[in-house]
Each structure stands twice: as structure tokens, then as C-alpha cells.
Design a protein around this ligand. Sequence first.
Ligand code: SAM
Length: 340
Amino acid sequence: MTVAELPLADTLARPLRDLRISVTDRCQFRCTYCMPRDIFGRDFAFLPRADLLTFEELARLGRVFADLGVRRLRLTGGEPLLRRDLERLVAMLAGIDGVEDIALTTNGALLAGKAAALAAAGLRRVTVSLDSLDDKVFMALNDAGYPAARVLEAIAAAAAAGLGPVKVNMVVRRGVNERSILPMAAHFRGSGHVLRFIEYMDVGTTNGWRLDDVVPAAEIIALIGGHWPLDPVPPSHPGEVASRYRYRDGAGEIGVIASVTRPFCRGCTRARLSAEGLLYTCLFAGTGHDLRGPLRGGASDQALRELVTAIWTRRADRYSELRTRATGRTQKVEMSHIGG
Ligand code: SAM
């Protein structure tokens, strides 16, 4: 039996299928719920370049993970398009046996100029973050003076380059952008893009999270369904994070990611690799497992496979379920590997 045929499963019988790769911890935006400027300011110590995994190291790990059953890769950050020549990494990952899908999560700022090269390199899909169409709201949220129109241009460029249907992520925060829900739904209905509403998550002490700030997914669905009737749609693959709904009038679909009110730990098949090569088996895991040390220390592919196998087969994480049940709170997250 080859390694790829091994049914690698964790202690809750969850297979390893997805890998989210953070290629940088830096971002040009300072979204208040993610990288607030008072913490991620001028003096913040981002990773030195030498600490980041190189493209060659990432491609080698990509092969190791594909050997162990990973089929879907997602590039994220930080802002992944800040990593120069990212299309070169995409091409390297696209050539790996077993990899069926490569996606990218981005704020869109550099996407319009890169979409064609990324698609040519083998990128299949993009998710673009956009929290409001109202510039007053959006600029207050991204805290970088970035207008919504530029993100819309990036979405159009991505679709034109063949990276559609584009998924659009909107994090909803009570009293901040909840009034943007209906305008966003109206804008993306019938566009061919898939708008997804994300419940605002607790990422530790940095964003001052309170349960009252969360607009539950059920409320979002009821609000939109009250204007345009919706029907639930089955997941497109096991472990899908978004619950899907289709407009009854045929104007496409939306999704909700109910990480807080309906945690989906039971179906979680995702591992996360941080920019400096720490492997996290959960978004909320407090500590990662160092893969860069062994990689740079001369470990063989077999040794790396054994290391990842040992980490995954011991995995028991279901933080969101347990924490949410106990307190309504989750816990500290390394924002650089939140993915999306
Ligand atoms: N820079 C890229 C971007 O903007 O999409 C990729 C990284 S970003 C951390 C990935 C996704 O996580 C974005 O869609 C973002 O809105 C979402 N996100 C960040 N902080 C969040 C929070 N506290 N709760 C829910 N989603 C969050």
C-alpha cells in the first residue's frame, strides 16, 4: 500500500483532507476584528523573512500532506498576495499528485493585477473578503481607507480570469455592519458570485469580542429569507464549513458560516500551516507543532510524513463545540492562519 492510501484519521475519525497555508503574517489592512491597529501598529514585530517557509519548503510539505490524504489547499495569510510571485508557488502546488483544488483567500487589494497569472498557474478559486458596500462602514472596518469599489473590481477581474464563482466573505458584527447585510445580498444576488456571512469570532484579547457582537447565522438567514425566499442546499463536500442556501427565484446561492452558534468541529478535516511552519490542528489551538525545524534540519519525506501522521492521529480538538457550550466564548487565535 502506498502512503496515499492510508486512511489517516484523528481520534474522532476525521480524515485529513484540507490544508490552509498561511504564506505571510503581514497585511495592508487593519480590520478592527482581525488585526486592530493599536496592536498591529508600526512597532509590531512581524516575522523576519528568513523565518517564513520558502516556496520550495511549502511545495515539499504540500507533497507530504498530499501523500497523507490532503486534496484541497487554500492559500491565506495575513494577505497572501503580499507574498511576491505567489503564482510561482501556485504552479508548484498545482503539480503535486493528489491535489485536486487550490484556492486563495484575499482582501482583493492586489487581486485585479494578479488574477490572470494566478489562474494560469493553476489556481482554481478565490474567496474575497468584503464586509460592506458602504464606504463609511467598510473603511472604518478595514482601517486602511480602502474603498469597496476596488474590491468589487477585483471580484470582477477574478471572475473574468476564470476564478469564479467567486466567494465573498462578509464578517457580520452587531451594530457595526449588520445594516449592510441586505444591500450586500441584493448586490450579489444574480451575480454568479456566492456571498457568505461569517459569524464574528472570538480571537482572544485582541478584538474585544463579546457574544452580544455576534449576529447569529439563523438571524441572517431569516432576514434575507424574509426578502427573498431561500431553500437549504446540501453540502458540496464533507467537511464544508458554510451552510448553503439557494434563492427560490433562481438568483443563485448564499452561505453562512456559523462558527459560534453552530460549531462544525465534528466535520473538520482541516489542518493549518502558519507562515513560519507551525502546524495547527484547530483554528483555536493554542500551540502549533514545528515543521520548519525538521524540514531545515534534514528530515526525510518519510520522517515528515511520520511526524504529521503522529500529530494528526493524536488530534482531539473540538474547541468551538466545547467552549461555546460552556461559556459562549472560544479562545485565542493566531490571525495569520484563520484562512477563510
Ligand atoms: N487577508 C485575507 C483576507 O482578507 O481574506 C486572508 C486572511 S483573513 C484572516 C481570512 C478571513 O478571515 C477573512 O474573510 C476575514 O474576514 C476572516 N476573519 C478575520 N477575523 C475574523 C473574526 N474575528 N471572525 C470571523 N472571521 C474573521
